[in-house]
Design a protein around this ligand. Structure first.
Ligand SMILES: NC(=O)C1=CN([C@@H]2O[C@H](COP(=O)(O)OP(=O)(O)OC[C@H]3O[C@@H](n4cnc5c(N)ncnc54)[C@H](OP(=O)(O)O)[C@@H]3O)[C@@H](O)[C@H]2O)C=CC1
Ligand SMILES: O=C1O[C@H](COP(=O)(O)O)[C@@H](O)[C@H](O)[C@H]1O
Length: 495
């Protein structure tokens, strides 16, 4: 798809996301797709920065991200601009003039992307101002990109959708979820719908349970002012993890097109039953050890109140009331300061009806105590070693009938071994914004379907259990499911 000349306006251009992700992604696109002539970036924020200041921060960010030195200075000096922006109409009028000046100077058509990399409470007012100033329409295309979190609960998400729709048509709106830009997340669709072998097993007749683990070993870092008022349900579960859930559970779309895919994702989400409180575990990390280092408790992190009861961990069990999934439990666990950084989906298949290979030789029924029978497991690893791993049983050499022993082996595929390094999610997603492809962005009804599931939990005042940093969460997680699939087997990328 071709890239039209345009102005890419970043609201929140002095912030962390702009520096760490947006500027590197735009630069990467410029280098790989040679879009320099076609993409002019106008940064805005309240800070009284100049073009030069914005450029020097961008240059430093690109050098820190290890980009090839050659093009950095020229790109930043020729293509980056900055305009400070307050909150009233006059400021937005000045912004409009600045955009028009750039378009005139470089002879650009009126194609504009507005990226809201702002504190979430300012999304609504900023969108209103764009609408009121007539910046939501132009002679070319106009698109608005909205960062997560989209709302704080169902009601606020609906209000924000109303505000957005008062200014923009849905086909102009790109609600970003960076997990959807990850290569392996997209590959879930290919894996499911290009490999008929797995798709025919992908249902309640063959699958015993599905586990989704999204763990981080890092703590809250310097983001407490945002995170403490959000918590893990809003930060990870409502968006990234729910996207994974819908990609695993959706029906095949009629075509691989944006709205067809999003339609199926919404249908899948609508069939998920809101979890009951007894199927949910909230946790918060206490002091512990991660990667051999002592780390503080959440409440001792900078800017976290001593008495904070914000959840930094959530585990839950979900059921899906549809023909494909009825009766198959979906277990999710995710948190900060866990043992390892890992994003994995484990599909646990039903075991053989009778376990024939037992010590002593007597067959038994897998569900009965004392009977040992391993299920086949398909492990889809999204981070850190992207790939697939199918576990199956083989005969241990030199053990014989009567005392035959089994061993679990693996069929593995590693993305990196096959294709080398994979692009950053933001590069993929910014390219889609510029080319107008909404497939990997979240639709308004999708956001609301997701909030419908979790808003009752946020209102329920659930107990928050302690877990030591470096563990796998509170003990109650193992009451929910005693035998979570051990993902360590993929840590070397191949076993
Ligand atoms: N950082 C990350 O890794 C990720 C961030 N996000 C999302 O991206 C967005 C930005 O995050 P991040 O860059 O980390 O946040 P920062 O706090 O680092 O930056 C916020 C930016 O918004 C501007 N800003 C702050 N307050 C206002 C205001 N009242 N009106 C207008 N502008 C304001 C700030 O500049 P100034 O003070 O000069 O106005 C700054 O440029 C958030 O929605 C966050 O949830 C999503 C995923 C990951
Ligand atoms: O959006 C967010 O995601 C990151 C985790 O992203 P990943 O790509 O590193 O898995 C998380 O740390 C952060 O709290 C959250 O806001």
């Amino acid at each position: 798809m071709s890239i039209d000349p345009h102005v890419f306006v970043i609201f929140g251009a002095t912030g962390d996301l702009t520096k760490r992700k947006l500027i590197p992604a735009l630069f990467h696109l410029m280098q790989n797709e040679d879009i320099a002539e076609r993409c002019h970036v106008l940064g805005t924020a309240r800070s009284d920065w100049s073009d030069d200041k914005f450029r020097s921060v961008a240059k430093e960010a690109l050098r820190n991200a290890d980009f090839d030195e050659a093009d950095i200075d020229a790109w930043c000096d020729q293509r980056l601009f900055y305009q400070s922006l307050g909150e009233d109409g006059a400021d937005f009028e000045a912004l409009q003039h600045r955009i028009e000046d750039i378009e005139e100077q470089f002879d650009l058509p009126q194609n504009r992307a507005f990226y809201l990399s702002l504190p979430p409470r300012t999304y609504g007012p900023t969108i209103k101002q764009l609408g009121e100033q007539g910046l939501s329409e132009s002679d070319g295309w106009t698109r608005v990109v909205i960062e997560k979190p989209f709302g704080q609960d169902l009601e606020s998400a609906k209000e924000l959708n109303d505000t957005v729709h008062a200014a923009f048509r849905e086909d102009q709106v790109f609600r970003i979820d960076h997990y959807l830009g990850k290569e392996t997340v997209q590959n879930l669709l290919v894996f499911r719908f290009a490999n008929a072998m797995f798709e025919s097993l992908w249902n309640r007749d063959r699958i015993e349970r599905v586990e989704i683990t999204v763990s981080e070993n890092l703590g809250v870092g310097d983001r407490a002012s945002y995170y403490d008022s959000s918590g893990h349900v809003r930060d990870m579960l409502q968006n990234h993890i729910t996207q994974l859930l819908s990609l695993v559970t959706m029906e095949p779309p009629a075509a691989m097109e944006g709205d067809e895919i999003r339609q199926e994702k919404v249908k899948a989400l609508r069939a998920v039953m809101p979890p009951s409180p007894e199927d949910v575990v909230f946790g918060q990390y206490s002091e512990g050890e991660v990667g051999g280092e002592r780390v503080p408790a959440y409440t001792d992190e900078p800017d976290v109140p001593d008495d904070s009861d914000t959840e930094t961990f959530v585990a839950l069990r979900l059921e899906i009331a549809n023909w494909r999934w009825r009766g198959v439990p979906f277990y999710i666990r995710s948190g900060k300061r866990l043992d390892k950084k890992r994003t994995q989906i484990a599909v646990v298949f039903q075991r053989a009806p009778i376990a024939l290979f037992q010590p002593g030789g007597e067959p038994c029924i897998p569900e009965e105590a004392g009977c040992s029978a391993e299920p086949n497991v398909l492990l889809i690893t999204l981070q850190p070693n992207e790939g697939f791993d199918l576990r199956f049983e083989v005969k241990s050499p030199e053990t014989n009938s009567g005392d035959m022993q089994l061993d679990t082996q693996h069929l593995s595929f590693s993305y990196r071994d096959a294709f080398g390094p994979i692009p950053d999610a933001y590069t993929t997603l910014l390219r889609d914004v510029i080319t107008g492809d909404q497939t990997l962005f979240v639709r308004s009804d999708e956001v609301e379907a997701s909030w419908r599931l979790y808003t009752p939990l946020l209102d329920a005042d659930l107990p928050v259990h302690d877990y030591p940093a470096g563990s796998w969460g509170p003990d109650e997680t193992f009451e929910l499911l005693p035998s979570w699939v051990d993902g360590d087997l993929r840590d070397d990328g191949r076993r």
